[in-house]
Ligand binder design. Structure first.
Ligand SMILES: [Mg+2]
Length: 308
């Protein structure tokens, strides 16, 4: 346990994304906090386009650090988490993105880097679920922590991280995107925990490890990040109201009787679409695929959160 390591012997690595714009001196902030709290000077590792975080985290682990701090957006966080999941080394987060959805869901400060650094160095370790996603036959897959999706509006949500000031704003944005939507819903099957496949004509399927997006809107009402379950939402506009029904269903946060938005839960889900769909993991577009599988790895990742 890092908490019991002799004072002055602990060391953190900071895996940071240099493409993020921020108005404070990250190096001075982290080095100052380390010095004050008895940590050694940290190991600094920059992400690149070619290696957005996994290789740097591997390097940090090989250097034997006690903590890896991801300083970046949700994309950097999920890549660092992908290497830390299944180990005892905790993840600290200094949010530098515009969405910062993992931080929001863990009540980490998104606009107070000084407090974020202190929590990373001196907070408590909270185990959370990690989710392993695989697209088509893509080798070992990738970890996500917030949500993954297949379909048009998943891509809209994933690709959007500005201007979602409140819930109404978000709905207006989605509605605007959907009115211009070409094509038709796709036939898809959903298999949850190996159960009988559910067949839908759908626009989008999303798997959520936690529920909050910007503006306090809950995409997955009541989702818990440490219950070992993935929350699943399908959007399949149908009936007389079509997209209006979807919007009404989302606005009512799952309490709608409209069948256009359905919610499920499971440990493992496999979605197969009749034709290739856009996919995203924690807001990163990962291209087109016809099959998305997601499996929860319960409590696999330790994240530094506020001590109380
Ligand atoms: Mg859950």
């Amino acid at each position: 346990m890092t908490e019991f390591a002799p004072s002055g012997s602990r060391r953190a690595a900071v895996v940071w994304n240099p493409s993020k714009k921020f108005s404070f001196d990250l190096v001075a902030l982290v080095e100052g906090a380390c010095a004050e709290t008895g940590w050694q000077p940290p190991l600094w590792l920059e992400t690149t386009l070619e290696d957005p975080g996994a290789g740097q985290t591997q390097q940090a682990m090989e250097a034997g650090v006690d903590l890896v701090i991801a300083a970046g957006g949700d994309g950097t966080v999920r890549r660092v988490a992908g290497r830390l999941a299944g180990t005892d080394t905790p993840l600290g987060v200094i949010p530098l993105g515009t969405g910062n959805l993992l931080a929001r869901n863990l009540d980490l400060p998104v606009d107070d880097p000084e407090t974020a650094v202190r929590i990373a160095l001196a907070g408590r370790d909270r185990p959370i679920d990690a989710v392993l996603a695989k697209v088509d036959d893509s080798g070992s897959g990738a970890v996500f922590l917030v949500m993954a999706g297949l379909g048009f509006d998943a891509a809209v949500i994933g690709g959007t991280d500005d201007g979602l000031k409140d819930r109404i704003g978000w709905l207006a944005y989605v509605e605007a995107g959907l009115r211009n939507l070409p094509g038709k819903p796709v036939r898809a099957t959903l298999s949850i925990d190996g159960g009988k496949p559910i067949t839908l004509r759908m626009r989008s399927v999303m798997g959520g490890n936690c529920g909050k997006i910007q503006g306090g809107f809950e995409m997955f009402p009541g989702a818990q990040i440490d219950d070992g379950l993935l929350d699943i939402m399908t959007i399949s506009p149908r009936g007389r109201l079509g997209w209006l029904g979807v919007l009404a269903g989302l606005a009512k946060r799952g309490r709608s009787v409209d069948p256009s938005v359905d919610y499920y839960q499971g440990k493992e889900v496999e979605i197969t679409a009749g034709r290739p769909q856009e996919m995203q993991l924690d807001g990163d577009h990962i291209g087109l695929g016809s099959r998305l599988s997601m499996r929860v790895d319960p409590g696999a990742l330790r994240v530094r959160v506020a001590a109380d």
